[in-house]
Design a protein around this ligand. Structure first.
Ligand code: M6R
Length: 611
């Protein structure tokens, strides 16, 4: 949440900051602002411009002559204080010489504010952030680094900050505790940002900061110190993302692009990880010995939102196929529950961004209790990826739309690979392994064929988008897909939707059924098919419209329901990959019909870095 960028170098600073913020907009879009240093002006003052709304509003508000030699920028997802110009970042101290952008929450801001007010500071916003520049000013004696170092010792909570001082040309000081911060190393220019998308157009050399670290940046150099003021020499990583991968290309929005990229992104997740000769999977990043893997007594998965749904599918699969007890739990719940951590449990944290605060803090808590926690992440170098004990990168490529689509199917691929690996160490025969492996190889093609239903789903969205409520129902391994379908519809179309286990329907949700409330069923061709069909009949008997996503050739279901979207027939354990596709498309087209901002839905942000 909230995007941060800083730049020191010879390029025109204001347009560069604006462009970086445009790329970070998915992290929050309530307001935006920049502050640039303008050495040489008689008063050495900072140039600051802010606007409520998106980056386009900031661009429109930008005076033509606002430029400087170094600067910082911010795009906000509001936590403390309403969406107003006064609350937009950057925030300054009373002199206006120090400017700060911040991602995170300062929990003790009220007591700091009271202390600073007693010393004569005047506050102009309702934010927690404003105490930071005021506190830095309180400690400032001609050296920004020293002042930031002193100030952060008083801060409680989370922060990724970038600070500049009007009298220290070219210098940016950044500090991190709980919110991501990355240094971009260019030739004769330096960047600081909350994530690499902001600077990938200029450099692919990055240095990830850890909690407690402070970085001091000039145009030609950066140096990092830790909490104990020791200098830290860190590895410079290379980002492999192509600039094109963060552009929309010919698609009208990122979500549509990302939905249609899934055959390739799933293929990338699987690529090089199948051992055909031994009909198993190869997952080098797990950092686990064979003995450890074969002795796993239980798998526990922690995640949030869509990643949690991927975890639910993974847990079902591990239990069903590998015969390992498994559970997927909400990170925000487990963290505060003091969970029992059994010695033979293996834990996974699933996160597209690798920065979700709930998932990160839950993972740290589980690690503190002595467990091994593996990460299933998309963003390389993200905090969860770096702090986990090993894991699986899903290689979806940058996912920019707030609603997660391609990361979800790649997370599924990671669980299918892991399941194959451990199942083959247990009871799964070579023949069963071959069959599982070859179906997994065919998934990109199955998904490609399902995407061909695009126009049919669009027509369905035209028919149903005015409904105020939807039910999504599935059983077994398709129950998490029902949850995912409901989440997608809610978050981008703002239509109320509930995902339920079809078996639970008669225990309450059926009371919602009426001619105005469509139900979307996921109908497999496995042992649960007949039960699901009975549930459909129960809804039809009560006048509820039914849409079914089912298997091609299932004429019985087709004749029973109002609208039917087929997916190619395959091993039923793999239907989560295909059946989620029409649901993603349905949410997308309903949102378009309703004129929603598909990529940046209201109130949401891509990466939830505050609790
Ligand atoms: O980056 P993560 O996978 O950890 O994010 C978890 C959730 O915030 C995320 O999946 C959210 O639910 C998406 N907006 C769903 O589309």
């Amino acid at each position: 949440m909230c995007g941060i960028i800083g730049y020191s170098g010879p390029r025109k600073t204001s347009p560069l900051l604006l462009e970086g913020l445009r790329r970070l907009e998915y992290r929050g879009y309530d307001s935006a602002g920049i502050a640039v240093g303008r050495e040489g002006r008689s008063d050495n003052s900072l140039g600051i411009v802010k606007a409520v709304g998106k980056i386009a509003a900031l661009k429109a508000a930008m005076p033509a002559d606002l430029d400087g030699a170094w600067g910082i920028g911010h795009t906000r997802w509001a936590t403390h204080g309403g969406v107003t110009l006064a609350n937009a970042h950057p925030h300054t101290d009373c002199s206006g010489k120090i400017a700060v952008v911040h991602n995170g929450i300062i929990e003790n801001h009220m007591s700091l504010k009271a202390m600073l007010e007693k010393k004569g500071c005047v506050f102009v916003s309702e934010t927690d952030t404003e105490v930071i520049p005021q506190l830095i000013a309180h400690y400032y004696k001609g050296n920004l680094l020293e002042a930031v170092r002193a100030a952060v010792q008083s801060l409680r909570g989370t922060y990724g900050i970038a600070c500049i001082h009007a009298d220290e040309p070219g210098r940016i000081v950044g500090a991190r505790n709980g919110s991501p911060l990355v240094v971009g190393v260019g030739a004769g220019e330096m960047f600081l940002a909350s994530d690499v998308t902001a600077m990938v157009a200029y450099t692919n050399k990055v240095v990830y900061l850890n909690d407690g670290e402070i970085v001091d940046i000039t145009q030609d150099s950066y140096s990092i110190i830790d909490r104990d003021e020791n200098r830290v020499d860190k590895k410079v990583d290379e980002v492999t993302w192509e600039l094109g991968s963060i552009e929309k290309g010919d698609f009208p929005c990122y979500m549509e692009k990302e939905i249609f990229e899934q055959p390739e992104s799933i293929a990338r997740a699987i690529s090089g990880r199948l051992d055909v000769e031994n009909s198993t999977a190869k997952l080098g990043g797990l950092n686990l010995e064979r003995r450890h893997l074969s002795g796993i007594g239980r798998v526990r998965i922690i995640a949030a939102g869509t990643s949690w749904h991927a975890g639910l599918v993974g847990a079902h699969l591990l239990e069903h196929v590998a015969r390992i007890p498994a559970q997927s739990e909400l990170a925000s719940e487990i963290r505060y529950r003091n969970p029992v951590v059994e010695r033979d449990s293996l834990w996974f944290t699933v996160s597209q961004s690798g920065e979700t605060a709930d998932s990160l803090y839950a993972m740290r808590e589980i690690q503190r209790k002595g467990a091994t926690v593996l990460g299933i992440c998309n963003v390389v170098g993200s905090t969860i990826a770096r702090e986990s004990d090993g894991g699986i990168y899903v290689h979806s490529g940058p996912e920019i739309a707030v609603a997660s689509t391609k990361a979800f199917t790649s997370q599924l691929a990671a669980f299918y690979l892991f399941t194959l690996l451990v199942a083959r160490m247990k009871d799964m025969s070579r023949d069963e392994g071959i069959s599982f492996l070859s179906t997994l190889q065919s998934v990109p093609d199955l998904v490609r064929r399902t995407l061909a239903q695009r126009d049919k789903v669009q027509a369905m969205a035209k028919k149903y988008h005015k409904a105020k409520d939807f039910l999504f129902l599935g059983r077994g391994i398709l129950y998490p897909i029902a949850l995912e379908g409901a989440l997608k519809l809610k978050e981008i179309s703002y239509i109320h939707a509930e995902g339920c286990s079809a078996g639970e329907m008669k225990h309450g949700p059926i009371a919602l059924v009426s001619p105005e409330v469509p139900s979307v069923f996921l109908v497999s061709d496995d042992y649960l098919r007949e039960k699901t069909i009975s549930n459909i009949r129960e809804i039809k008997a009560r006048g509820g419209p039914v849409i079914a996503v089912g298997v091609e050739g299932d004429d019985e279901t087709k004749s029973l329901v109002d609208d039917f979207i087929p997916v190619p027939k395959s091993d039923s354990r793999f239907y989560p990959f295909t059946m989620v596709i029409p649901l993603q498309l349905f949410a997308y087209f309903c949102a378009l019909e309703l004129g929603r901002d598909v990529d940046q839905p209201r109130n949401l942000a891509k990466s939830v870095t505050v609790e």
